[in-house]
Ligand binder design. Structure first.
Ligand SMILES: C[S@@+](CC[C@H](N)C(=O)[O-])C[C@H]1O[C@@H](n2cnc3c(N)ncnc32)[C@H](O)[C@@H]1O
Length: 243
């Protein structure tokens, strides 16, 4: 697609990926203010999101003083759990595409007087991971990133030997009839093209990439197959920055 700039002077090409990304940012800008409340109803009221987050953070195997990246961190709902695990001597880096979500995350940091949390506004697909990080987490976000397999690979290359990559996200249960899948995801994923998400089956790409890039991959289906928790380590002897 070709578009004119704001002044109407120059035309430039806008890819479908750019349009999808702009739509996603716009959607999360609208959600940001009330996200901490509304996300408790995500994907449906009563969903055991808190329990799943706890499991994901436990799977990171963090120690005091570790550095952890929270990829697509949103408003920083994982930060309290990560803080508990790494302590004041550790470091948390939150990365997200949407300015308004990061603004809420910044409010959380200031409200808690945390001085060991930094935020980066970036697309996960192009994020330049710092070398030698101890762990990377992504919750309820990575399946929204079309280049999710590449993000797994880049992150794995940045981990220190033994460092952990953990992904928690939603998926379509294996044995669900197609019509129910369409209905369910239409309800829980109003922000994106539901059909595209179902067709793309990003959880499979994430699983394959983690299998490829990490050792000892574990894969657990949660809550009747509506979510997955995937975790793996960078093999020993490898150093951050290896490709
Ligand atoms: C459902 S929210 C999850 C936020 C947080 N991880 C949580 O568990 O509450 C999805 C987040 O992913 C972010 N996001 C989506 N695509 C992204 C991308 N390509 N790069 C970075 N962040 C992205 C959105 O801005 C949004 O904050």
């Amino acid at each position: 697609m070709r578009r004119r700039d704001a002044a109407g002077l120059n035309e430039h090409t806008v890819s479908q990926t750019d349009i999808t990304r702009e739509h996603l940012i716009e959607t999360y800008r609208k959600k940001a203010k009330h996200y901490d409340i509304t996300s408790r109803l995500y994907p449906v009221p009563g969903y055991p999101q808190r329990t799943q987050r706890l499991r994901a953070v436990q799977a990171l195997g963090l120690r005091k003083g570790d550095t952890v990246i929270d990829m697509a961190c949103g408003t920083g709902l994982n930060f309290p759990l990560l803080q508990q695990a790494v302590g004041p001597g550790g470091r948390i880096v939150g990365v997200d595409l949407t300015d308004a979500m990061l603004a809420r995350a910044q409010d959380r940091i200031e409200a808690n007087s945390w001085i060991n949390v930094s935020l980066v506004q970036a697309d996960a697909a192009g994020f330049d991971f710092p070398a030698e990080v101890d762990a990377i987490l992504s919750t309820y976000a990575l399946t929204q990133v079309p280049e999710c397999a590449g993000v797994i690979a880049h992150g794995a290359a940045a981990l220190c030997g033994g460092g952990r990559w953990v992904v928690l996200d939603l998926k379509v249960p294996g044995s669900t009839p197609e019509w129910l899948t369409q209905l369910g995801t239409a309800i829980v994923r109003p922000f994106a093209s539901v059909d595209e998400w179902i067709m793309r089956r990003p959880w499979e790409a994430i699983r394959a990439a983690m299998q490829e890039e990490l050792s000892d991959l574990s894969w657990a289906e949660l809550f009747f197959g509506t979510a997955f928790l995937a975790a793996g380590s960078r093999g020993p002897g490898k150093t951050g920055g290896d490709q």
